[in-house]
Design a protein around this ligand. Structure first.
Ligand code: TXA
Ligand code: MG
Length: 319
């Protein structure tokens, strides 16, 4: 991992951040889902620095962030299905996997490319000014929870990247929905805010990868559809417990959910699954900061967000 020796510029100016990116720098920026750590996708050396800073396995490819649909079409071959999905839900928290069109893009050796168009106003302006695809995984150390608050970004990345672009914190709170459009039938690879019902409203048919068990893709011998699925993910240091109810939470544990039975040293009371998505990662990060041993998570409600939340909590609980 890189040491804390880089001069980090903290800025509110998308222009300044874009200039730093175009001169080969790493820029942490907010998106509507989680913070990203970005480099120009046309600059292989800069992209490789992301792996160093995050301590990310070299074969786990990055999502490219672009300003609009025309730029997306320059990166990958966009099918009719993909077009329908992107016209309905983008700009927004949806990522497509496509056959790569531009050979100069950094894709960790793959002939496919993941692309999304963020709706976050600061990210959108930064991408418009940079005017190149920006390769950006979530801004967190590999295997750790994604980051959704600027204070945690400053703690984790100040001194490690060239620039931190400040803007409103993410409002969605979990990573984008990832759909592969490479084969005949689209496949939902990573659940997110955009859910099955949304996809059903625009796609005649699609498949859902059972990604709840991160070990499935490797141990089953099924080819790994999305390399990121085989790695440990989203996990804080504390033990994560998914429970039907919070009735039996031990005295020293933390709790997040809809109904509390007793007060605990750290807790987040939720009103909806949307709240849950927005709070989950900061709950995990805060549990670690407070050196809490167990983080109890109530099972999410039916409806939007349930699959995505279960996916993230189950992965965190497994590691
Ligand atoms: O919301 C998000 O998507 C955030 C923000 C920053 O945009 N980004 C994010 O990136 O979550 P990351 O790298 O943490 O997750 C990207 C996922 C990984 O599981 C990776 O393996 C997969 O997308 N991926 C990237 N390129 C791929 C490709 N060509 N084929 C299949 N999967 C790919
Ligand atoms: Mg990530």
């Amino acid at each position: 991992m890189r040491e804390n020796k880089v001069d980090t510029i903290l800025t509110d100016s998308p222009r300044e951040a874009a200039d730093i990116l175009l001169s080969g720098g790493l820029v942490v920026f907010p998106t509507e889902t989680v913070y990203g750590i970005g480099a120009s996708a046309l600059d292989e050396a800069a992209c490789k620095k992301i792996y160093e800073v995050k301590n990310r396995p070299a074969d786990n490819p990055l999502i490219l962030h672009v300003k609009d649909l025309d730029s997306l079409r320059e990166c990958g071959a966009v099918s009719e299905d993909a077009l329908r999905v992107f016209k309905s839900f983008s700009p927004g928290p949806i990522t497509g996997i496509f056959r790569k069109k531009n050979r100069d893009l950094f894709t960790a050796g793959l002939d496919t490319v993941a692309v999304r168009i963020p709706s976050h106003p600061t990210a959108a302006e930064f991408l418009r000014l940079a005017n190149v695809p920006v390769a950006a995984p979530s801004a967190n150390l590999s295997g750790r929870p994604s980051i959704t608050k600027i204070e945690y970004i400053l703690e984790e990345f100040f001194g490690k990247v060239d620039c931190i672009l400040r803007g409103p914190d993410p409002t969605i709170g979990i990573e984008s929905t990832v759909v592969s459009f490479v084969g005949q039938t689209p496949i939902l690879l990573r659940p997110g805010w955009i859910d099955e019902a949304d996809l059903k409203s625009v796609l005649a048919t699609f498949e859902i990868l059972n990604a709840t068990d991160p070990a499935t893709p490797i141990e089953s011998g099924i080819p790994v559809l999305s390399p990121g699925l085989k790695y440990r993910h989203y996990a804080p240091s504390c033990k994560v417990i998914l429970a039907d109810s919070l009735a039996n939470v031990p005295k020293e544990a933390a709790q997040i959910g809809f109904t509390f039975f007793e007060t605990r040293p750290f807790q987040i009371l939720l009103g909806s699954n949307e709240d849950y998505m927005r709070s989950l990662y900061s709950f995990f990060v805060e549990c670690d900061r407070r050196k809490i041993g167990e983080a109890w998570c109530e099972i999410p409600r039916e409806g939007r967000g349930k699959r995505a939340l279960l996916n993230r909590i189950t992965k965190a609980a497994q590691s």
